[in-house]
Design a protein around this ligand. Structure first.
Ligand SMILES: Cc1cc2nc3c(=O)[nH]c(=O)nc-3n(C[C@H](O)[C@H](O)[C@H](O)COP(=O)(O)OP(=O)(O)OC[C@H]3O[C@@H](n4cnc5c(N)ncnc54)[C@H](O)[C@@H]3O)c2cc1C
Length: 386
């Protein structure tokens, strides 16, 4: 295996670096879990799109650059290196976008992808329900056929960014007699439709990063169905593969955190505590290992391979790594770790506490790690069902 980048890839890196250095906002944007911050992030997404950097691996006709996944990974490395803002439309560009490419009709691709790239439409994901989280096949929200429309009823919950988003992609039960993962259908719903009610939920940090979404006789046309009626589970599993396997958490994010952790260690505890030193080294090594493994996955996909149940290994790895890195940072900072960055005496506590609180969600969202372990046991190790 040749781990060096080609001249073309290096040129791509330089172009991305120069553009980001010229365009990344100098001061951090307000949190995207506030209305003001959400809109500020939308403006940033538009800037990215104007430079054709919103999703570099998409075809040019939809606003991308048509580059391969290796170049996407390079772009991500430059993105985190530049300290660029979080991606408010990540559910759209990283999850629904690739699913639309695989399952959408030509009309759906033309209708949704350019607006997604421009963040004219920011997307939320509506899969979980109060009684269907880990057990997603227990979904009870319904989509009833009425002429050329579907009539939607029920409730979704824990929908990230739905408090301010424009659209939501959901799974509904279209066959009332069906059970489990049969009879489900993937439907795209404008959050402005009559009968949709969005109720924000505050997170651990007090901001409304989540919402519950209620559907009360909401009408959407058949043209908003992605894939065939009854094929919802298959389409959703493709989305979940992108989410767990590759797109949602690129390695650059963790390499960037690992670099900051090494820096924190050098400033605060160099040589003081061998256990902390080992924890820092382990974080750095695991971030590098995750990067190499992701390059391997990307190479396999470029060669026509697919992401299967091994996406679950990936998801456990990055979510546990993120918790480990933030716990280590808090240990390095000691009691000061609990100070907010603006508190007197906070010095360089930065956003470690905030990052730690969010890292706690990693083993839960995108399917809990217990569920990923079940998937690994049954589908990769072929162990009997528990
Ligand atoms: C930050 C964050 C963002 C999220 N964003 C979204 C979003 O945008 N859209 C969306 O639809 N959902 C979202 N979710 C919801 C998330 O997908 C669910 O929380 C998750 O799937 C778990 O479901 P649950 O909360 O109902 O817990 P439950 O399913 O009730 O699980 C409770 C506990 O039991 C364990 N458990 C359950 N079943 C088993 C089993 N068979 N074997 C072993 N252990 C089991 C679980 O691992 C968990 O520890 C988000 C969650 C978080 C934390």
């Amino acid at each position: 295996m040749d781990l060096t980048f080609t001249a073309a890839e290096e040129a791509f890196r330089q172009e991305a670096r120069a553009w980001l250095e010229a365009h990344v906002p100098r001061t951090p944007l307000p949190s995207m879990d506030t209305k003001e911050g959400f809109e500020a992030h939308r403006v940033w997404e538009r800037t990215l799109n104007e430079g054709r950097w919103a999703m570099v691996s998409w075809p040019e006709q939809y606003g991308g650059r048509g580059v391969n996944l290796i170049e996407w990974l390079i772009f991500e490395e430059e993105y985190f290196r530049a300290g660029a803002p979080g991606r408010v439309n990540q559910n759209g560009i990283f999850l629904l976008g690739p699913t639309l490419m695989d399952y959408g009709t030509a009309e759906q691709k033309a209708r949704f992808l350019p607006r997604m790239a421009a963040s004219d439409d920011i997307w939320a994901q509506g899969w979980s329900e109060p009684n269907a989280g880990s057990d997603m096949a227990a979904i009870r929200a319904t989509a009833r056929r009425d002429g050329d429309d579907y009539v939607l009823n029920g409730q979704k919950t824990w929908c990230s960014r739905a408090a301010f988003a424009d659209w939501i992609f959901c799974i509904f039960r279209t066959d009332p007699a069906s059970e489990r993962h049969r009879g489900l259908t993937f439907v795209l719903v404008p959050l402005t439709a009559d009968g949709v009610k969005v109720r924000p939920i505050a997170q651990l940090d007090g901001e409304t990063g989540f919402a519950e979404v209620f559907f009360d006789d909401v009408r959407v046309p058949e043209a908003n169905r992605l894939g065939e009626e009854g094929q919802g589970w298959t389409v959703a599993m493709a989305t979940a593969g992108f989410e767990r396997g590759l797109m949602l958490r690129s390695p650059a994010r963790f390499q960037n955190t690992a670099r900051k952790l090494v820096d924190l260690y050098k400033r605060h505890a160099a040589g003081a505590d061998p256990a902390l030193r080992d924890a820092v080294v382990r974080a750095w090594m695991h971030a590098e290992a995750y990067a190499l493994n992701t390059y391997r996955t990307a190479s396999r996909l470029i060669d026509g391979g697919t992401i299967g149940a091994e996406a679950s290994l990936n998801k456990i790895f990055w979510s546990e790594l993120d918790v480990h890195m933030h716990e280590t940072a808090l240990s390095l900072l000691g009691a000061r770790a609990e100070l907010l960055p603006q508190a007197s005496g906070a010095e360089d506590v930065g956003t470690w506490l905030d990052g730690f609180l969010f890292s706690m969600a990693g083993p839960i969202y995108a399917g809990t790690n217990e569920i990923q372990r079940n998937v690994i046991a049954e589908r990769l190790l072929k162990l009997p069902k528990g």
